[in-house]
Design a protein. Structure first.
Length: 290
C-alpha cells in the first residue's frame, strides 16, 4: 500500500470513529481469542463493528467479536479492539496491523495486547497468564516490508525494548494487587493455522520460547514503528503438542479463556489503569498534557 493510500485510509477511519465518540483514547487494548470480556467492563461504552469502520479488515475466527469498543476505565479513555485479524485468514501483513495503527492514530500512547497461546514450559497449565517480555518472529513476514511509511516511523525501528520495561514492572505490581499469579516469558509467533508438530515444539523450546501463538508480533512491530509503547499478556489456553497427550482443538482455547475470564479481567484492568497513569505522567513531564 502506498504511503498516501495508508494515510488517507487511517484518516477516513479516524473521522468515522470520532463521529461516534469525540474523546481521544489514551490507551489501546487488543483482545485475543476468547478474551473479549474485558471490553464489557468499560463504562459508557460505544461499540462499533469493524465493518462500520472504513478500511478496517474484518475477522472470521470464532472467539473474535470483531468490534471496536470505546469507553472509560477508572475515568480513563480506552479503545479496545475486541478481536483481531490473522495472517492465516489471508490478510497481507500491512492489512493485518491496520487496527493497531488506527489505535495509534486515534491518540493511544500505549497499547496492551493479549492473546491465547500454547504453553511450552512444563510448569505452565491451561489458564496460566504470562506477561510477554520478548518475542521470536517465526512467521516469515514483517508488516514493515515494502516502502517505509515515514509519517509513521523510521525505516529501521529498534526492537531492543519492544515490550516496555516500565509496563512489565507495572504488570507485576497489578498482579500482586489483584491477587492473580502472573508468569513471564518469551512468545514465539508462527503463521498457522495448523498447530505445531511435537518436533516444532522441541525446536521452539530449544530457541528459548515459553509460549507459542499465531498473532501479536506483527502488531508489536507496527506499534513500535510508530513509537507507541507496548505491553502484552498471553493466556495459556492449552499445552503445546508433545507436552500434553490431548489433541489440540480451538474449542479448548475458548473454554480455557472463558474459565480464566474473571482473573484475566481483574488483571487487565489493573494493568491498563497503571499504564494509563504512567503515560499521563510521561506526557505531563514532557509538556504534552494528559
Amino acid at each position: 500500500m502506498s504511503v498516501v493510500d495508508l494515510d488517507k485510509q487511517l484518516e477516513q477511519a479516524c473521522a468515522a470513529i470520532r463521529d461516534r465518540r469525540a474523546a481521544p483514547p489514551r490507551v489501546g487494548v487488543v483482545l485475543g481469542s476468547g478474551l473479549g470480556a474485558f471490553a464489557d467492563s468499560l463504562d459508557d461504552v460505544v461499540r462499533i463493528p469493524y465493518d462500520e469502520v472504513p478500511n478496517m479488515p474484518t475477522t472470521t475466527v470464532v472467539g473474535h467479536a470483531g468490534q471496536l469498543c470505546l469507553g472509560q476505565l477508572d475515568g480513563i479513555e480506552v479503545a479496545c479492539l475486541q478481536g483481531r485479524v490473522h495472517m492465516y485468514e489471508g490478510h497481507p501483513p500491512d492489512r493485518l496491523v491496520f487496527g493497531v495503527r488506527l489505535l495509534g492514530r486515534l491518540g493511544c500512547r500505549a497499547v496492551q495486547l493479549t492473546n491465547a497461546a500454547g504453553g511450552l514450559r512444563e510448569s505452565f497449565r491451561p489458564g496460566t497468564l504470562m506477561l510477554i517480555t520478548d518475542h521470536l518472529n517465526l512467521m516469515g513476514r514483517n508488516p514493515l516490508c515494502g516502502p517505509n511509511h515515514d509519517q509513521l516511523g523510521p525505516r529501521f525501528p529498534d526492537m531492543t525494548r519492544a515490550y516496555d520495561r516500565e509496563f512489565v514492572a507495572l504488570a507485576g505490581q497489578a498482579a500482586k494487587q489483584v491477587g492473580v499469579e502472573l508468569a513471564e516469558g518469551v512468545y514465539a509467533a508462527l503463521l498457522g493455522p495448523s498447530y505445531e508438530t511435537p518436533a516444532e515444539i522441541r525446536m521452539l523450546r530449544t530457541l528459548g520460547a515459553d509460549a507459542v501463538g499465531m498473532s501479536t508480533v506483527p502488531e508489536v512491530i507496527a506499534l513500535r514503528h510508530m513509537g507507541v509503547r507496548v505491553a502484552a499478556i498471553s493466556c495459556i489456553t492449552n499445552m503445546a503438542a508433545g507436552i500434553s497427550d490431548a489433541e489440540l482443538d480451538h474449542s479448548e482455547v475458548e473454554r480455557t479463556a472463558n474459565a480464566t475470564r474473571d482473573d484475566f479481567v481483574k488483571l487487565l484492568g489493573g494493568v491498563v489503569t497503571g499504564i494509563a497513569h504512567a503515560v499521563a505522567a510521561d506526557a505531563a513531564s514532557s509538556g504534552g498534557g494528559a
